[in-house]
Design a protein around this ligand. Sequence first.
Ligand SMILES: NC(=O)c1ccc[n+]([C@@H]2O[C@H](COP(=O)([O-])OP(=O)(O)OC[C@H]3O[C@@H](n4cnc5c(N)ncnc54)[C@H](OP(=O)(O)O)[C@@H]3O)[C@@H](O)[C@H]2O)c1
Length: 300
Amino acid sequence: MNAPHMNQQNTATATATVSVIGLGQMGSALADAFLAAGHPTTVFNRTQAKADALVARGAVRAATVAEAVEASGLVVVCVLDYAAARELLAPVAASLRGRVLVNLTSGSPEQARAEAEWAAAHGVGHLDGGIMTTPPGIGDSANMILYAGSPALLAEHRATLEVLGDPVDLGPDAGLASLYDAGLLGLMWSVFGGWLHATALAGADGVAAKDFTALANRWLKTVSWFLSTYAEQIDAGEYPGSDATIDVQVATIGHLIEAGAARGIDGRLPRLHLELMREAAAAGHGGDSYARLIETFRGK
Ligand SMILES: NC(=O)c1ccc[n+]([C@@H]2O[C@H](COP(=O)([O-])OP(=O)(O)OC[C@H]3O[C@@H](n4cnc5c(N)ncnc54)[C@H](OP(=O)(O)O)[C@@H]3O)[C@@H](O)[C@H]2O)c1
């Protein structure tokens, strides 16, 4: 048996051979990026017809999962969920031995850690990944692909994996790519919610979404600066209200809620923020910065 780093097909050169299992929207984009970068690419999908377009562009069609695994040292999997990945991979554990499995399927940290244990038990090199873009963003180095599990394997295969997006190494805990992924998506949904609420508010007075969004995007850069400042407070466990206190923001959010109510805008989102801020103020923290609310989210 070859150790993962000894397998000749694993050699991460510009033309390293790659297999992609799962050709939904994301898996197809991944395979396409490997092909575009000149990597000989073998593809497998449960519904075989989804491989046709990739085969027309030069991919090799695998008739079975085992055939796909055996074609390459680097095997990338991107299917609906971990249950589907396990269903596909468990029967071919022996074929995977000595190869590197990169699972870009979304899941929980616990699922990723369990898969890493399964891979280790079967002599399979393993990286878990989180794709921080949609399929059209694959291949753009501005976009992050998060990796966790083995910094050494990531370093070895970085040249191949970076054709998908900028590889971000989160270290040896296989659960961290999923944990960051889930958290970053939570951040995205919160931003989407705040932006849509505000766009509805501005739109009620005739402001076009694109006009409001031009300023919203500029504002997000300032908000990003607030996050960096507050992250330092969180790590220090101290929340000095030296820029803006929770008390001031309780008063300020009232304007948003009132303006929304006057225009018939759904106010559940700002009312939730108000509720969280009022709780902190009632507990005696009204003079602290907004970062104090981390304690609420921690359940303290
Ligand atoms: N799309 C995005 O923007 C995006 C972004 C980041 C991460 N992701 C993650 O990427 C993964 C794939 O997403 P997608 O957008 O490509 O989804 P999709 O277009 O719905 O494709 C799902 C894939 O999973 C396969 N699959 C589902 N159940 C299966 C099973 N029981 N056995 C074998 N194969 C099975 C499907 O095969 P069939 O074709 O045979 O049904 C298909 O290849 C997900 O974990 C998703 O969370 C997606």
